[in-house]
Design a protein around this ligand. Structure first.
Ligand SMILES: CCCCC/C=C/C(=O)SCCNC(=O)CCNC(=O)[C@H](O)C(C)(C)COP(=O)(O)OP(=O)(O)OC[C@H]1O[C@@H](n2cnc3c(N)ncnc32)[C@H](O)[C@@H]1OP(=O)(O)O
Ligand code: NDP
Length: 296
């Protein structure tokens, strides 16, 4: 979507950049010329992704470089290491994509305290630790920066069966708005993306395992009748991390094919046939005539 080289000279940290959506966004940022640090718990996965992205056949000559650093986002000392090694390698940091997450589907009453903590710690604590660390660096060095948080649509609506994730993503969304208000004076922007379903192994293994996968087709609820494509999300993320979105802050952009609209009272009436609509129309018109007569 953005022109070639649109992110040249920028350095972005992508948490969870070794897999899934983080990897797809990293691929596009590199193509646009950004240098990208990817970080997560599994160094071997990060190294393999870095190797793959640096040797893609269609990699432009002026594509950015990737640096892979092990980091558990629940650990501030490891976050500090990512920041210092990124500055050492690329000179500065311009953007942070908080994309790391943990999640699994489960009735909430089945969860142990540790299970709940595990998700909230990765998603909420990890997001605010990383944002705080990078934000301090930007403020101390008078660097304008941009934070993009990968949220979910249920961060606003809430959702059963993924309650720790909803609680944590909801908290991160409020942090996005709160810090957008507080740090605007430093030239720091914070936004969020709320994706609907975008198939990844990480999400599908934990949210749609059998027998759920056989009985639950997420596309049925989506007005556009399909799941998202990684390139569509990468376009939006690159835009929100780029200077082209320079006047957007505190905003959440939903990209879900209209799935959140499912709450609309009458949206499920797709099932009503054309013949049934004829009958309904006649019935309403009959009622209209009757009420007019009553008024005469
Ligand atoms: C499609 C529509 C919208 C979707 C929105 C998507 C949101 C997403 O976030 S998708 C991202 C999915 N990706 C991941 O989750 C990747 C990373 N995940 C993991 O590594 C694991 O799933 C993890 C989050 C559980 C963390 O792993 P680890 O640190 O190794 O933790 P443990 O295995 O030790 O488990 C901790 C704790 O949690 C309990 N637990 C794990 N799975 C379940 C489960 N399915 N049901 C109930 N409890 C579970 C586990 O038993 C541990 O608790 P204790 O037993 O008390 O020790
Ligand atoms: N796929 C979808 O349909 C949707 C996804 N999302 C969001 O998109 C983002 C990416 O998810 P997706 O690509 O689907 O799933 P993935 O499982 O592929 O991505 C999650 C990433 O988080 C990393 N991670 C997990 N725990 C930690 C930790 N403690 N410290 C550092 N990194 C960690 C994982 O790497 P490692 O295991 O190496 O640590 C992994 O790379 C998440 O924020 C998710 O909530 C939102 C809505 C829909």
């Amino acid at each position: 979507m953005l022109r070639d080289g649109a992110m040249r000279g920028k350095t972005i940290i992508v948490t969870g950049g070794g897999t899934g959506l983080g990897k797809s966004i990293t691929r596009y940022l590199l193509q646009l010329g950004a240098n990208v640090t990817i970080c997560s718990r599994r160094q071997a996965v990060l190294d393999e992704t870095a190797r793959e992205l640096m040797s893609e056949p269609d990699r432009p000559a002026d594509a950015g470089e990737v640096l892979a650093i092990q980091c558990d986002v629940r650990n501030p000392a490891e976050i500090e290491q990512v920041i210092s090694q990124t500055i050492e390698k690329f000179g500065k940091i311009d953007g942070l994509l908080n994309n790391s997450a943990g999640n699994f589907i489960s009735p909430t009453e089945r969860l142990s305290y540790k299970a709940f903590d595990t998700i909230v710690d990765i998603v909420l604590r990890g997001t605010y630790y990383f944002t705080l660390a990078v934000g301090k660096y930007w403020i101390e060095n008078s660097i304008p920066g941009v934070v993009l948080n990968i949220s979910t649509t249920y961060a606003s609506t809430g959702s059963g069966y993924v309650v720790p994730s909803a609680v944590a993503k909801g908290g991160a969304l409020i942090m996005t708005k709160s810090l957008a208000a507080e740090w605007g004076k430093y030239g720091i922007r914070l936004n969020a993306i709320a994706p609907g379903p975008f198939p990844t192994k990480g999400a599908w293994d934990r949210l749609f395992p059998e027998p759920l996968a056989s009985v639950m087709d997420p596309t049925k609820r989506i007005p556009l009748k399909r799941v998202g494509e990684h390139g569509e999300l990468a376009n939006l993320a690159a835009y929100l991390l780029s200077d082209y979105s320079g006047f957007i802050t505190g905003e959440t952009v939903t990209i879900d094919g209209g799935e959140v609209l499912a709450a609309g009272e009458f949206n499920h009436l797709e099932q009503v046939s054309s013949e049934q609509w004829d009958m309904i129309e006649q019935s309403i018109k009959q009622a209209n005539r009757a009420s007019k007569k009553e008024g005469q």
